[in-house]
Write a protein that binds this ligand. Sequence first.
Ligand code: SF4
Ligand code: SF4
Length: 323
Amino acid sequence: MSTVLWFQGGACSGNTISFLNADEPNVVDLITDFGMDLLWHPSLGMELGNNAQKLFHDCASGARPLDIFVFEGTVVQGPHGSGRYDMFAERPMKEWVTELAQAASVVVAIGDCASWGGIPAMAPNPSDSTGLQFHKRERGGFLGADFRTKSGLPVINVPGCPAHPDWITQILVALATGRAGDIALDELHRPQTFFKTFTQTGCTRVQFFEYKQSTTTFGEGTRTGCLFYEFGCRGPMTHSPCNRILWNRQSSKTRAGMPCSGCTEPEYPFFDLAPGTVFKTQKVSGVIPKEVPEGSDHLTYMAHAAAARIAAPQWSKEDMFVV
Ligand code: SF4
Ligand code: SF4
């Protein structure tokens, strides 16, 4: 059995809700069949008050061995570095994080906030929030760029707003069954098994993307066009498996007709907090997308787009819906 302690910092609980929605395996399966000894979780922990505090202190001191420390939410450092905006079990949460991260064999950041600060860390960041080992794309965060657990691992980041239930459970299963060494991480410490591909990988609109045909409406499944050209879809530059590992085993944002807003990248929510920018492709000179698919450049993209539009077959301009 691997012991797991899950704490919540500056968070909306979205990742907890996602975790509780897991179904293959579900949370009970994780405990009964996959060797997870869940010592405590904000929604599932059995211990209260002094008993809970004793458990936390025992984990921090090493009296109770801690294998996996899961953190959801930002590390709140304000006001003035005291961390007292986020008190937990009679101390600033940031003090618990320091001790538990040192005591655990593996530390996992679940969701954008824990990975790199997420929405709370956007300017002006009044709570002085940051991620465990990144502040946005910059290495460091609360624990520092050189932080390694006692088993020699950096913080494993499972970003998303929230992270998909399967991303959380599959990583926890791998860790609980002693396969931490098999998890290849990218430069942002994300497991590559989930985050090497793009949201666009497996999107049902990709044939429209190829022929540069835009949809004209939100929703409506995949009846017409791609969401990149007008509706701000970040699918071609966002690393996620959202069209490979479907949400509720059914669908994804782009399949349902809503643009990917890039929630697995450190810059999320990008410019979307500025008025009038949400779900709108940002353009240069009114026509050229400000950001082009990862790995491309504006010149190559424009040449390719012009040729693709000329080559676009009639079907790519039609409504695909048939009764
Ligand atoms: S809707 Fe988004 S993810 Fe799908 S093909 Fe278009 S740009 Fe790519
Ligand atoms: S489709 Fe994009 S915004 Fe939606 S969950 Fe996936 S990565 Fe996040």
